[in-house]
Design a protein around this ligand. Structure first.
Ligand code: AMP
Length: 294
């Protein structure tokens, strides 16, 4: 595995690695890698000739009172995981490599970025789409891999790629969970032992909603009420059922919909989601249900 930090080194290494016809798979991350990231790297490895991972804690997607300064980092461990998973090129730029002096462009997607996380994190998605567009320009991948864990982020990036006709295929990987149901996140490291237990409310709420939908319930109100009941011990920022494509609220579950939750557990903000009434049910469904039925 080659590790590069500057744009020039990245270009030189890609030129060396990229045989004619080789397909480049790209997994952008903010580091402190876990099994969720590893699953995306494996997907990339299976379907690409050259696998590039970036680790960049993007200042543009953090609000002024968010956790940019204390975001967890462990480059040594991340490098080991990447090497084990067969990554060819690890790109670890500094902010000035990504945003050189004179950088003036913002990429923002309208509509899809307004609800859910967009409502409480103004500017967040513009930070995300700007860095992803920039990284796509630097890496020039054929395929890029994003996790369902950040469903709205995936949806917004897919829209950006479509609207700007960017020559990259966006692939979505399933949510990887702990055995008890908690979705893996770099931020889980902030949780105290007590908060870790309370954090299970999110996956329990989703599992309860899934059970109802599997049993035939189609009323959004009923499904939301059942999920809400599981969330009594956490500070819910939003619990919503939205069309998986438009992210508009739904009253009846007729088309694929996403149930999305953001909640504060202690000081830690967690998000989770599940696809409901979907033709391709969540591959983690059995595991999620297992965790929730404890
Ligand atoms: P992050 O490092 O948090 O910016 O995440 C980098 C990528 O990994 C994003 O596409 C996330 O959606 C994805 N990811 C994070 N957590 C998980 C998870 N538990 N399962 C699957 N993908 C994940």
């Amino acid at each position: 595995m080659i590790r590069v930090s500057s744009r020039q080194e990245l270009r030189d290494s890609l030129t060396r690695l990229k045989k004619p016809e080789a397909r480049v798979g790209f997994v952008p991350t903010m580091g402190y890698l876990h099994e969720g990231h590893a699953s995306l790297i494996r997907l990339a490895r299976q379907t690409s000739d050259v696998v590039v991972v970036s680790i960049f804690v993007n200042p543009k997607q953090f609000g002024p009172n968010e956790d940019l300064d204390r975001y967890p980092r462990d480059l040594e461990r991340d490098m080991q995981l990447c090497a084990q998973e067969g990554v060819d090129l690890l790109f670890t730029p500094q902010p000035e490599d990504v945003y050189p002096p004179g950088f003036r462009t913002q990429v923002s997607v309208s509509g899809l970025t307004e609800p859910l996380c967009g409502a409480s994190r103004p500017g967040h998605f513009t930070g995300v789409t700007t860095v992803v567009a920039r990284l796509f320009g630097l890496v020039r991948p054929d395929r890029a891999f994003f996790g369902q864990k950040d469903f709205q982020q995936w949806r917004v990036i897919a829209q950006m790629v479509e609207d700007l006709a960017l020559p990259v295929e966006v692939v979505r990987g399933p949510i990887v969970r702990e055995t008890d149901g908690l979705a893996l996140s770099s931020r889980n490291t902030y949780l105290s032992a007590e908060d870790r237990k309370r954090s299970l409310a999110l996956s329990r709420a989703l599992a309860q909603a899934m059970r109802m939908v599997l049993a035939g319930e189609r009323s959004a109100e009923a499904v939301l009420a059942a999920a809400q009941a599981e969330l009594a011990n956490v500070d819910v920022e939003y619990l919503e059922l939205r069309d998986a494509d438009t992210l508009q609220p739904v009253a009846k579950l007729e088309r694929p919909a996403v149930m999305a939750i953001a909640a504060k557990v202690g000081k830690t903000r967690l998000i989770d989601n599940a696809l409901l009434a979907s033709d391709s049910p969540d591959r983690n469904l059995p595991r999620l249900l297992e965790g929730a039925s404890l």
